[in-house]
Design a protein around this ligand. Structure first.
Ligand SMILES: [Zn+2]
Length: 153
């Protein structure tokens, strides 16, 4: 990471199947990891974290490593991806609570600026991600920012 704490945090969705039990979520995360490594040629799964509707957070690149999730912002942001497609529905309560706890943890541990700015992937690039229903929901979260993003590279 360029420097910690980072100021920007991005919300994504994986846009495919969802999961409500750990065994299934682990399978999905491993599938995405394999795809990112074998198809995209990355050294690990692109996201910093993934959140399942089993209520668990799955660590991707974690807090300290530069991810591959939000082109143009990777070196100065962290990101989580909700497992599932959230165009027409929002993640369940368990997943939302896990995500909020993760964000709080990042601030407490000094990886996220206490006044971090939260965005959806579509705020940075033309993409459907993180799905319209989820995007509308995060627009109500306290750290959601309407300050326009400026690419650094
Ligand atoms: Zn995305």
């Amino acid at each position: 990471m360029e420097h910690l704490p980072v100021d920007l945090f991005f919300i994504h969705h994986t846009s495919e199947q969802s999961c409500t039990d750990p065994a299934h979520c682990i399978k999905i995360v491993q599938g995405i990891q394999n795809y990112h490594i074998e198809h995209n040629g990355w050294w690990d799964i692109g996201y910093s974290f993934l959140v399942g509707e089993d209520g668990n957070v799955y660590e991707g690149r974690g807090w300290k490593r530069v991810g591959a999730h939000t082109y143009g912002f990777n070196s100065r942001s962290l990101a989580l991806s909700f497992i599932g497609n959230f165009e027409n529905r929002v993640p369940n309560e368990k997943a939302l609570n896990a995500a909020k706890a993760l964000l709080q943890c990042g601030v407490q541990k000094g990886y996220l600026n206490p006044s971090y700015r939260l965005y959806g992937h579509r705020d940075a690039l033309p993409t459907e991600c993180p799905g319209t229903s989820l995007y509308n929901l995060i627009n109500t979260w306290p750290h959601y920012s309407t300050i326009p993003l400026r690419k650094s590279q």
